[in-house]
Design a protein around this ligand. Structure first.
Ligand code: NAP
Length: 351
């Protein structure tokens, strides 16, 4: 079966997903697209086989020639398109965030539960990266003992001066929130933000770098350094420290694979990816390959669920509250723990 896909939002990542579905992966064809910028949608349609350009996301969902929907529009629009796809009984891949508020995510949980079938997959692509997958195996198979703590770093080469601390949490830290929950197979129950000396490259309104600390249900502590103006490349790191050993992500190979290390002239060097696309291109391909395979086989979505999308939004919200000083601190004025207010996990998402 060839899965006929409709794509809502053909900006940076939406256009890349159209390319991926049209030219990289087997088993899918993009039959319909839309964007608020009609010229942008038309240009993407022309490049990739001429899918129908619709006037709205609702039209894409309703199109009888669309079996499944990709939502890659602006975050605040995600809820209505995900709910519309669930109402139409169509599988939907939603780029992160699932929705921008816990309440909106909760409405999606309720709608999907009422539909009785997992139709939603959220775009947390790091779960499909070869390095993170190996780290998850090491955390679970006893080779390093029981995980006790983890160190992570998310370093971007640069961000536009319009990026605020809140945006950096919602767009960047959210990936470490998801991989922490996934790697350790536990919820994050509390968060703390530490604000070190600011980089001189940080624009006003941006705490750069910042250190976000997660505490999980069993007490594992995860520190995540977010630096967004390092200049030298896109550098993603993760190390899990267990009772009897530790496991660390490779240095971030191109296309997610192991990079080569060149030794010459008295030195040893390996490349750092230029940006997130280069680092995770293999993971994006794999998450869509699995999504398409599940749909073609008539299976429920097996990737990150609505619950994962909900939890990520709630934890990111707690991080923003912590940033604004909501936590209890021995020193006063924030810097202490902020509790993550998760609702009870519906049994539907425990299956
Ligand atoms: P972008 O370049 O701004 O693209 C979003 C596109 O959607 C724009 O063309 C926008 O048009 C359009 N749009 C907005 N509202 C719409 C609506 N109601 N119907 C149809 N089109 C609409 O942003 P992006 O970087 O591609 O990000 C899109 C989403 O993907 C965001 O949620 C982002 O967080 C997520 N994302 C995820 C990853 C990841 O690593 N998983 C990476 C990048 C982005 P206008 O520009 O005219 O508003």
């Amino acid at each position: 079966m060839t899965v006929r896909v409709g794509v809502i939002g053909t900006g940076m990542i939406g256009a890349d997903h159209v390319r991926r579905l049209s030219t990289v992966l087997a088993g899918a064809v993009v039959t319909a697209i839309t964007d608020v910028d009609k010229d942008r949608a038309a240009a993407v349609a022309e490049r990739f086989g001429g899918p129908t350009v619709h006037a709205s996301g609702e039209d894409v969902i309703a199109d009888a020639g669309v079996d499944a929907v990709v939502v890659a529009s602006w975050g605040p629009t995600h809820e209505e398109y995900v709910l519309g796809s669930i109402a139409a009984g169509k599988p939907v891949f939603c780029e992160k965030p699932l929705a921008t508020t816990p309440e909106a995510c909760s409405r999606i949980l309720d709608a999907e539960t009422a539909a009785g079938r997992r139709l939603v997959q959220v775009g947390f692509m790091r779960r499909y990266d070869a390095g993170y997958s190996a780290l998850k195996v090491a955390a679970a198979n006893g080779s390093i003992g029981v995980p006790l703590l983890a160190h992570m770093a998310h370093r971007n080469p640069a961000v536009p001066p319009t990026v605020t601390s809140e945006m950096a949490i919602n767009d960047s830290v959210v990936h470490e929130i998801d991989v922490t929950r996934w790697l350790l197979n536990e919820e994050i129950t509390a968060v703390m933000i530490l604000s070190p000396k600011r980089s001189r490259k940080a624009a006003p309104g941006l705490q750069d770098p910042m250190v976000v600390v997660f505490r999980t249900e069993s007490g594992v502590l995860v520190d995540d350094e977010l630096s967004v103006n390092v200049g030298y490349g896109y550098d993603i790191q993760a190390e899990i420290v267990g009772e009897s050993g530790n496991a660390r992500l490779g240095s971030g190979g191109l296309s997610g694979g192991a990079p080569i290390v060149v030794t010459n002239d008295g030195g040893r060097a390996s490349a750092v990816p230029a940006d997130w696309r280069e680092r995770f291109i293999g993971a994006y391909d794999e998450e869509f390959r699995v999504w398409i395979d599940d749909i073609a086989a008539g299976r429920e979505a097996s990737g990150p669920s609505s619950w994962d999308g909900y939890a990520a939004t709630v934890v990111a919200g707690a991080c923003v509250s912590a940033l604004h000083g909501a936590g209890e601190s021995a020193f006063g004025g924030g810097g202490g723990w902020t509790t993550v207010p998760l609702r009870d996990r519906p049994g539907f998402y425990r299956r």
